[in-house]
Design a binder for this molecule. Structure first.
Ligand code: NAD
Ligand code: UDX
Length: 438
């Protein structure tokens, strides 16, 4: 079976590499010349653990290739995936579908024989229907079915998530397409991954509902963390106690500086728009968006407070700027709100991130980029953990204190123990935990 993957970003490239690992023949098409050049040289243009090896193995086996030319790949394909971006649209905050519809127009002339065209991109309810309408106008002669196959992988653990999904969701209304999609996901269904066939509308909406619910869980625990601080409880104990209840579940209950990334912020915004347009507003999710926006601002305030009320002429070391660890992705990272606020208040900011510097450099002007965490904290009045990269967990806090000129450690990801920080002579601030507790 031949697959054409249009868009080789965090989702498209990982999906393409994983499908080729299953033994399918995959051509990955991208129109970004820089990304394409790197992939043609066998290198991943994004940082995703394990991806370089997976690509190398399947390129060598002749199952995975890259192209800037969509025509031959679409012509040969049994399945064409649309894995292009659907960023937040400027102005109204809805999903920008220009890349999706642009790709549909580009691929239409090349459809040859029965082809399944499926979105992997996250697209609002009704998009499959609209793609079908546009294709019917462009190619009334062609044989195809339009499906929705939203992707649930997370950056940083994308390969594991793709190959061990909680479920695969396929929205369709065509029996021939179902046969093709069953064959495609056989390598996963055989391992007992549930492959769910639903309507296209259900698949499209379920993706947004899942992300909105996860965003809600994070905002909930962030507010509970604030409450813990006021009443002397420990959010980690509270989260683990409520998480034991299987109706709640223990995942996505880590408090932090607010959710970021390429999905939650834009998808929360888009589902709010869909709901308002449908005159069925999601008032809870509207509040989640407000709580998350306010949280990032509040975290900058928390750093200022920890620095005795002012960061003017102080040096702040920021450890980690990506929206989460194990990615180089800076889209909607909380650091993009927090760091400029510290700079506006007169701070000098020294930054280290294990993978994020290249993407972050143009987005965080005026900061000093450092070679590692020890370099970043040199001479700092305040050290701030913004992203919980594993390498920060092993930081020798006593040695860190000795390199700093101040003694304040603000840990917005709760990776250190308060006792260890205090023993190292640091004044420690974390999220939702009493000062003396671990
Ligand atoms: P991305 O920006 O990393 O990648 C999109 C790629 O598409 C880019 O390389 C771009 O050059 C390419 N492209 C755009 N138009 C094209 C065209 N006409 N022809 C060929 N290539 C084209 O985006 P992403 O993070 O991979 O997200 C893609 C979609 O998947 C989005 O809808 C997103 O919401 C969804 N999604 C993302 C994640 C994630 O973790 N990033 C997870 C689940 C779902
Ligand atoms: C998310 C969804 O999890 C995934 O299913 C979807 O396909 C794409 O969007 P991703 O954005 O890659 O994945 O990362 P995720 O691990 O979900 O984290 C998103 C944000 O939430 C990060 O900023 C992270 O730090 C934050 N987060 C996550 C918390 O603050 N607390 C948590 O408990 C979990």
């Amino acid at each position: 079976m031949k697959i054409c993957m249009i868009g080789a970003g965090y989702v498209g490239l990982v999906s393409a590499a994983c499908f080729s690992e299953f033994g399918f023949d995959v051509t990955c098409v991208d129109n970004n010349p820089e990304r394409l050049k790197q992939m043609e040289e066998g290198r991943s243009p994004i940082y995703e653990p394990g991806l370089d090896d997976l690509m190398a193995r399947n390129i060598a086996a002749g199952r995975l290739r890259f192209s800037g030319d969509l025509g031959p790949a679409v012509k040969a394909a049994d399945i064409v995936f649309l894995a292009v971006g659907t960023p937040m649209r400027r102005g109204d905050g809805h999903a920008d579908l220009s890349y999706v519809y642009g790709a549909v127009e580009e691929l239409a002339p090349y459809l040859d024989g029965f082809t399944v065209i499926t979105t992997k991109s996250t697209v609002p309810v009704g998009t499959s229907r609209e793609i079908q309408r546009r294709l019917a106008a462009l190619r009334p002669d062609a044989e195809y079915a339009v499906c929705s196959n939203p992707e649930f992988l997370r950056e940083g653990s994308a390969i594991q998530d793709f190959t061990h999904p909680d479920r695969v969701l396929v929205g369709l209304d065509d029996a021939r397409a179902q046969e093709v999609m069953e064959k495609l996901y056989k390598p996963l269904s055989i391992r007992n991954a549930p492959v769910m066939f639903v309507s296209r509308e259900s698949a499209e909406l379920a993706k947004y509902a899942a992300n909105a619910f996860l965003a809600l869980k994070i905002s909930f625990i962030n507010e509970i963390a604030d409450l813990c601080e006021e009443v002397g409880a420990n959010v980690q104990e509270v989260a683990s106690a409520i998480g034991k209840d299987r109706r709640i579940g223990d995942k996505f209950l880590h408090p932090g500086p607010g959710y970021g990334g390429s999905c939650f912020p834009k998808d929360v915004s888009a589902i709010i728009r869909t709901a308002r347009e449908s005159k069925s507003p999601l008032s809870i999710i509207e509040q989640v968006q407000i709580v998350n926006d306010e949280r990032k601002i509040a975290m900058a305030g928390r750093i200022v407070k920890a620095a005795n009320g002012s960061v003017r002429d102080k040096t702040i070391a920021v450890l980690g700027v990506t929206f989460k660890p194990n990615t180089d992705d800076m889209r909607d990272a909380p650091s993009l709100v927090i760091v400029p606020m510290l700079q506006e208040r007169g701070a000098t900011v020294r930054v280290y991130d294990p993978q994020g510097q290249k993407q972050a450099e143009p987005l965080l002007p005026g900061v000093t980029w450092c070679a590692d965490a020890n370099d970043a904290i040199l001479g700092a009045d305040v050290a701030v953990v913004l992203t919980e990269w594993n390498e920060f967990r092993a930081l020798d806090l006593k040695a860190a204190r000795a390199r700093m000129s101040g003694d304040v450690l603000v840990d917005l990801r709760n990776i250190f123990s308060a006792d260890a920080a205090r023993a190292a002579g640091l004044r420690y601030h974390s999220i939702g935990r009493p000062v003396s507790a671990d």
